[in-house]
Design a protein around this ligand. Structure first.
Ligand SMILES: [Cu+2]
Length: 199
């Protein structure tokens, strides 16, 4: 019985780990790509940003010569007016990594006089929530049958449940399904273990 429980626990852990690995994925975007964050050659950061699809969980990297540039995160108004006087955040290492945690816009400018107005500014539009945002919104209880409780003998009954609908957006839907499967496996193992102990 102890062995059964341990196996069930291991299965639950394996499922949760598998789900967790999927959540930590995120693209890394270097601002300006090979050009980096500069004023030389007047890079078009608006066009660069529009060519990407930023999602929650992605990372953007500003790479630049810190002797000549910096990165200020500013409000929308300050972005448009190139006002560097009241940044919300300042980055100055020359290799700044910023992880995107929410949807919406993030506005960055270079704070060196003349650089922002010369085009060293970028509007990062995060249009889509990645799967990492899913767990916070409790999924509407899917009609998950619990075969484990009704059939104590057929231990593997729960696994046949179609958990993740294959196809579109599997990333967001797979997690509740995996947990349901893992829990039902655990439950059936517990039930059969309990019955075994009565004999
Ligand atoms: Cu600059």
């Amino acid at each position: 019985m102890v062995k059964v429980m341990a196996t069930a626990m291991a299965l639950v852990l394996a499922f949760l780990l598998a789900a967790g690995v999927g959540l930590s994925e995120g693209a890394v975007y270097k601002v300006g790509d090979a050009t980096g964050w500069t004023i030389m050659g007047s890079p078009n950061y608006t066009a660069w940003a529009l060519s990407k699809k930023f999602e929650v969980g992605d990372t953007i990297v500003f790479e630049y010569n810190k002797s000549f540039h910096n990165v200020l995160e500013v409000s929308k108004a300050d972005y448009h007016s190139c006002n560097a006087a009241s940044p919300m955040a300042t980055f100055a290492t020359g290799n700044d990594t910023i992880t995107i945690k929410t949807k919406g816009h993030r506005y960055f400018i270079c704070g060196i006089p003349g650089h922002c107005s010369g085009g060293q500014k970028v509007d990062i539009k995060i249009s889509k929530s990645a799967s990492s945002a899913a767990p916070s919104t409790s999924p509407t209880a899917s009609p998950s049958p619990s075969p484990a409780a009704s059939t104590p003998g057929g231990g593997s009954g729960g696994i046949s449940t179609p958990a993740a609908t294959p196809g579109a957006n599997s990333g967001t839907r797979a997690l509740p399904g995996l947990i349901a499967v893992a829990l039902s496996v655990f439950a059936s193992a517990a039930v059969s273990g309990g019955l075994a102990m009565n004999y």
